[in-house]
Every structure is written in C-alpha cells, then in structure tokens.
Write a protein that binds this ligand. Structure first.
Ligand SMILES: [Zn+2]
Length: 123
C-alpha cells in the first residue's frame, strides 16, 4: 500500500513537470517565432525590416540577394555573390543572429522586439 502511494506520487510529480515543461516550451516557441524582426542592411544602411511571423521572400539590394522568411526563420536562398557563403548559412531566428553577404555588403540581422527590455536588464 505504501509503495503504491509512492508510485502514484511519482507519477503525479512527473505529470506536473511534463505539463510545466510543455507550457514553457509552447511559450518559448510562440515567443521566439513571433517576436522578432529581420533587419536588412545594405552597405550599412537599413533597407527594410520584416517581421518573422509573416512568411515572404524579400528581394535585397535590387535583387542580388533573396531572403526567405518562413516559420519564424530567415534564410538567404539566393545570391549572385561568388562565394555563396550567405546561402550556405543556416536559417536564423534568435535575437542578434545574422546572415552576412560580404561581397554584396548585405547584412540580415535578427532583432527581438523585447530588445529595450533586454537592455534595461543588462544596463
Ligand atoms: Zn553572399
């Protein structure tokens, strides 16, 4: 009888942890997928800012680079640069992650909308 109760307790604790972890993961997924923007810079100047929660393809720098935003992530899918390093880079979604195309002077940087809060905490 004692043993059965103990197992029940463990099951209960595991269930509570699973629910907590699940809601945390859900919160994280929703937060990271919907809260960021991709800032596109060409030669240092901001050419455009695009929310990660809207799927689209963006023609950058008059078409030298094509950025695809899908499922909360940004990825360079086409570029006319000789090294193709930017196309080889993995999709970015987290704050301060970036894709850089040096030959075309294109920088795509992810910025979280909670940046001001983040700054307030660190300063
Ligand atoms: Zn490139």
């Amino acid at each position: 009888m004692k043993k059965r109760l103990k197992i029940k307790d463990i099951v209960l604790i595991v269930l509570i942890l699973a629910v907590a972890a699940g809601s945390w993961l859900l919160h994280e997924a929703l937060g990271s997928a919907g809260s960021g923007v991709a800032v596109v810079r060409v030669d240092g100047a901001i050419e455009g800012t695009y929310p990660l929660n809207e799927d689209r393809e963006v023609s950058i720098n008059g078409g030298t680079n094509i950025l695809r935003i899908r499922n909360g992530r940004a990825k360079m899918i086409e570029a006319d640069c000789p090294d193709q390093l930017c196309v080889d880079q993995r999709a970015v979604s987290a704050d301060n992650e970036s894709i850089i195309c040096l030959p075309n002077r294109v920088i795509v940087e992810i910025q979280s909308r909670q940046e001001s809060e983040y700054d307030a905490v660190t300063n």
